[in-house]
Design a protein around this ligand. Structure first.
Ligand code: KIV
Ligand code: ZN
Length: 522
């Protein structure tokens, strides 16, 4: 392999999906995985198959349907985990099992309640077991950056001896500093010469805001795989942001002389898709993909950019796809054919019932909004993709809002068995009233955790895009809704979040039941 090529290992669907409140179903994970393939990542870590039947199914579907990238499944260093991961990735043209065990004493003593000797044995056995299913095996000594480097080296050497093809060194808790991390990797190279025969990988968390800097220090020390996630999502403060790392190598290519296979023009679209489906907003000033990443506020800057873009821009917005979609504009006279071509240009291939539904929604919006832009279409279609998995549906609503008396809402909701139930509530504000009216209709005490409303584009007739995260019986889930009416967008988002949370509650109950059946009576 070309020594200047860095492998991009995307963990949006595994570490990213572990972010609190994110719960993607199989259809959504597939949608993201297809877009990641279009983006040109080398490896998609599709999930943690032993974690739940839903995770298993999603990894299996991605392995079956997504072509191009390696498809990896995560497994602890346990035989059962590895067998489940092997089964899940089996259908992929390029399957990988990624197995891990901690090497830090903090984890060994307190979490695993084990010994270094046992960890070494387990790591060896896990890699050997994974190798009996697939050729491509990745091993990670978890919490490596807080571990004894000599012991970690011993474990890594055992993993390489058993056939690991990639060795990943995680900064699990985002504790490392760039120089220190690079020194740790260099020391590992000294202690384990065989490490030069496999791919060394980095996996950095962002607890101190150093994930991208540490990943970069890692590649400078010789690593050639970077584990990262779209929009930097992941456990706690998240993982290294894929778009930041890729654009760092791209923008500074002359100095760094390292490249990835990422199609950078797909970055903005991938970021928007992940944000929509996860319900995780992108902060406006986020590097590369934030709304303001290419905006110039001060007069001096605007003047400079108008004269010559490079005065205040180090990257061209077009190179990350920010302005790629702006040429598409449809209106209320546009037909089904125009809609289908515009969607195809955006990377969505819809036909049959899905196209009919999208067309109906498009007409509803075009009646209220003069110009339907590519950004609107993208929001609408992503929203529509969620429809088929919705358990509940919003039939209609009335909201009376006034500054002289408390707002009152009445809603009609279609339940999973087709019945239409009504609820009403007088709340603190119109959105509060409609959310609580929905709770009353479905007789659920859902608790609102987060609510956000954004405009998809600028202008007075902009589409409103609402995101809701709510919780039922300890299960939290996200939902999105799009409409020219922000109350409707909010209600749609709430009903979808409710459907997702209900599905999680039902799944948790059936898993608990399965576990009870498997536990032998005392
Ligand atoms: O952060 C971490 O250590 C991980 C491992 C499973 C690689 O996510
Ligand atoms: Zn991680």
């Amino acid at each position: 392999m070309d020594h200047n090529r860095v492998i991009i290992f995307d963990t949006t669907l595994r570490d990213g999906e572990q972010s609190p409140g994110i719960s993607l179903n199989t259809a959504e994970k597939l949608e993201i995985a297809h877009q990641l393939a279009r983006l040109g990542v080398d490896v998609i870590e599709a999930g943690f198959p032993i974690a739940s039947p839903g995770d298993f199914e999603a990894v299996r579907a991605i392995a079956r349907e997504v072509h191009g990238p390696v498809i990896a499944g995560l497994a602890r260093a346990h035989a059962a985990d590895i067998e489940r991961a092997a089964e899940a990735v089996r259908a992929s043209e390029r399957p990988r099992i990624h197995t891990f065990i901690s090497t830090s004493d903090i984890h060994i003593v307190h979490q695993l309640q084990s010994t270094r000797e046992d960890v070494l044995g387990q790591a060896r056995a896990a890699v050997a077991h994974a190798k009996s299913f697939v050729d491509d095996v990745e091993f990670s000594p978890m919490d490596a950056t807080r571990a004894d480097v000599e012991f970690t080296a011993e474990v890594v050497a055992a993993a390489v001896e058993e056939g690991a093809t990639t060795v990943n060194i995680p900064d699990t808790v985002g504790y490392a500093m760039p120089d220190e991390y690079a020194a740790f990797l260099r020391r590992l190279y000294d202690l384990v010469p065989a490490l030069r025969d496999v791919v060394l990988s980095v996996h950095c968390h962002d607890d101190l805001g150093l994930a991208v800097a540490n990943s970069f220090a890692g590649v400078q020390a010789g690593a050639r795989q970077v584990e990262c996630a779209i929009n930097g999502i992941g456990e706690r403060a998240g993982n290294a942001s894929l778009e930041e790392f890729v654009m760092l190598l791209h923008t500074r290519a002359d100095d760094v002389e390292l490249a990835t296979g990422v199609q950078t023009r797909e970055i903005a679209r991938t970021s928007r898709l992940v944000s929509r489906l996860t319900g995780y907003p992108v902060q406006p000033n986020k590097a590369v993909v934030g709304r303001n990443a290419f905006a110039h506020e001060s007069g001096i800057h605007q003047d400079g950019v108008l004269k010559e873009r490079s005065t205040y821009e180090i990257m061209d917005a077009a190179s990350v796809g920010v302005d790629d979609v702006s040429s598409i504009v449809l209106g209320k006279h546009s037909g089904r054919h125009a809609l289908r071509s515009a969607l195809e240009e955006l990377g969505f291939t819809l036909s049959g019932q899905a196209l009919n539904t999208a067309f109906k929604r498009f007409k509803e919006i075009a009646d209220k909004k003069k110009h339907v832009t590519a950004m609107d279409l993208e929001a609408l279609v992503t929203d529509e993709l969620r429809e088929e998995v919705a358990t509940y549906g919003l039939e209609w609503f009335d909201v009376e809002a006034s500054s002289r008396r408390p707002p009152h809402a009445t809603v009609a909701i279609r339940t999973p068995d087709g019945e239409v139930v009504r609820g009403n509530f007088t709340g603190d504000g119109p959105v509060d009233a409609i959310f609580r009216a929905i709770n009353t209709a479905v007789r659920r005490e859902a608790r609102l955790r987060e609510f956000r409303i954004d405009a998809v584009t600028g202008g007075q007739d902009a589409l409103g895009e609402a995101s809701v995260i709510l919780e039922i019986a300890g299960q939290s889930a996200a939902g999105q809704g799009v409409s020219t009416d922000i109350i409707e967008a909010a209600a749609l988002a709430y009903v979808r979040a409710l459907s997702n949370a209900e599905r999680k509650v039902a799944l948790a109950a059936s898993e608990a039941e399965e576990e009870r059946e498997l536990t032998p009576a005392p």
